[in-house]
Write a protein that binds this ligand. Structure first.
Ligand code: NDP
Length: 247
């Protein structure tokens, strides 16, 4: 049990990669807070976690709303008395080429992916500083490292997460709080299921391992970053992409 009795707050934890992280952490002994805009789906994931014998709490939180995030963190502290791990996973895409991208679609993606991550880090940092311990893991993307046609908003949000992670790591290191990011490539979820066959074929050609990753592949790296095995790692971004981007 690598996360025995730890309390993990996972945004967008109802489905996809967030759900896989929630299940992997629970199997390693953590109690889980599943925060999502989709409350019904969050409750379903929470009951799957309880079936494993762990404590779980579903929270309806839109990460763009700082007030709701802070309220959620207070509820976690009331129920569990601490928050050990934050996983910033909630994320959306609204793709279009720059010329056609509306300011509203720019704002929507930056608000959920980047401001949402800031909101959650800010809300947990006070209790983590008081505890003198904490792990903050944010889900960036290889798109934040290399850019992508049609994803100006998404690429900027994910690059922002990487810079925010480095700043958080520098500010909180002396309080025994590690902040790291992961940068997945193409992972099999509803987000990538939307892509056309043509795009998927091109994508596979660019991946040396010639296959998409799974939510479990991402969850396993997050487990490492949440566990004591990564005690001396902070401010880093770990790429999980079958070899697509090599830096
Ligand atoms: P999904 O769309 O499958 O799941 C995202 C979850 O986040 C959903 O449950 C969604 O709710 C929730 N969510 C959306 N907006 C908010 C919000 N404002 N507040 C709280 N929760 C919200 O995405 P993935 O699992 O594919 O992706 C998870 C993360 O991984 C994202 O940050 C994504 O950018 C990143 N990523 C994904 C890759 C991939 O290939 N799939 C590659 C690289 C990074 P609802 O169901 O209502 O939409």
């Amino acid at each position: 049990m690598r996360l025995q009795d730890k309390v993990a707050f996972i945004t967008g934890g109802a489905r996809g990669i967030g759900q896989a992280i929630a299940m992997v952490f629970a199997k390693e002994g953590a109690n889980i807070v599943v925060a999502d805009v989709n409350f019904e789906a969050a409750q379903k994931t929470a009951s799957d976690i309880e079936a494993l014998g762990r404590k779980a709490m579903a929270l309806e939180i839109d990460v763009t709303d700082y007030g709701k995030v802070e309220e959620g963190v207070n509820k976690i502290l009331d129920k569990f008395g601490k928050v050990d791990i934050l996983v910033n996973n909630a994320g959306i895409t609204k793709d279009n080429i720059l010329l056609r991208m509306s300011p509203a679609d720019w704002d929507a993606v930056i608000n959920v992916n980047l401001k949402g991550t800031f909101n959650c880090i800010k809300a947990v940092s006070r209790p983590m500083v008081k505890q003198r311990s904490g792990r903050i893991i944010s889900i960036a993307s290889i798109i934040g490292l290399m850019g992508n046609w049609g994803q100006a908003n998404y690429a900027a949000s994910k690059a922002g997460i990487i810079a925010l992670t480095k700043t958080t790591a520098k500010e909180l290191a002396s309080r025994n709080i590690n902040a790291n990011a992961v940068a997945p490539g193409f992972i099999q979820t509803d987000m990538t299921a939307k892509l056309s066959e043509d795009v998927k074929t091109k994508m596979l050609k660019a991946i040396p391992m010639a296959k998409l990753g799974t939510p479990q592949d991402v969850a396993n790296v997050c487990l490492f970053l949440a566990s004591e095995e990564s005690n001396y790692i902070t401010g880093q971004t770990i790429i999980i992409d079958g070899g697509m981007v090599m830096v």
